[in-house]
Ligand binder design. Structure first.
Ligand code: ADP
Ligand code: MG
Length: 238
């Protein structure tokens, strides 16, 4: 498990500055939700934390260590995307084990991790199927399973449920919440869905045009939004 610190983090794509001096403290084991409208910089922030994008300025630290120059694979982070990115020709079991096997992880340990993930996500009956034989919700479970087997210190979720229908979204939201309680791992979850943010988060980070507008517990933001924009996002009547 690990906390995270962002210090004056900026990001530019050429002349376009998309993140403006972001400062943030995330506690060990916290469930943090980034919310904000499309294009405000949520994915960019997440990708910088994962190491998939370099920062243009500032510092990102994980468990007290600055990781600006640390390779993504060395950051002990696993990311779950909106598109499941499963290997279509492999069984679920193989989809779960493949990354570990490629990294030379011992076979017995890989099997233990895969069995553990399958138990947590209740996908034991699906292990011999291929992604094409799964529903959207089942596929997303496998995608989450691929993150679990890596036993990361931090989970990053980028709008993982936005391809699912409303009923399934609610169901998966509950499962992700359970997963957090079960593993106790730090999780950062991006969404533009207000209900997801309010129900999942220990702490919400509201973003607007590449700036952090407000950070706080869901009820604190609801009761005392800093401005109309935040009020709109957390659904308070102000
Ligand atoms: P969000 O995830 O909140 O919808 P993004 O982080 O994807 O927002 O994008 C933030 C801003 O950065 C947008 O203006 C987007 O067009 C821009 N952007 C993202 N990735 C790139 C890139 N690789 N090159 C140029 N601009 C980018
Ligand atoms: Mg995005």
């Amino acid at each position: 498990m690990a906390g995270l610190t962002l210090k004056n983090v900026t990001k530019r794509f050429g002349a376009l500055q998309v993140i403006h001096g972001a400062d943030l403290e995330i506690e060990d084991g916290e469930f943090v939700v980034f919310v904000g409208p499309s294009g405000c910089g949520k994915s960019t922030l997440l990708r910088m934390i994962a190491g998939l994008e370099d920062v243009s300025g500032g510092e990102i630290a994980i468990a007290g260590t600055v990781v600006n120059d640390v390779e993504p694979s060395e950051r002990h982070i696993a990311m779950v995307f909106q598109s499941y990115a499963l290997y279509p020709h492999m069984t679920v079991r193989k989809n779960l084990s493949f990354g570990l096997t490629m990294n030379g992880n011992p076979k017995a340990d890989t099997e233990r991790r895969v069995a553990h993930a399958a138990d947590i996500l209740q996908i034991n009956e699906l292990m011999d199927r291929r992604p094409g034989q799964l529903s959207g919700g089942q596929r997303q479970r496998v995608a989450i399973g691929r993150a679990i087997v890596r036993e990361p210190q931090v989970f990053l979720f980028d709008e993982p449920l936005s391809n699912l229908d409303a009923e399934l979204r609610v169901q998966m939201r509950v499962e992700i919440s359970k997963l957090h309680k079960q593993l106790g791992t730090t999780m950062i979850y991006v969404t533009h869905d207000q209900t997801e943010a309010m129900t999942l988060a220990d702490k919400i980070v509201v973003l607007r045009s590449g700036r952090i507008e407000q950070v706080g517990a869901p009820l604190d933001l609801y009761d005392d939004p800093a401005n109309q924009f935040v009020a709109g996002f957390v659904g308070s009547p102000k």
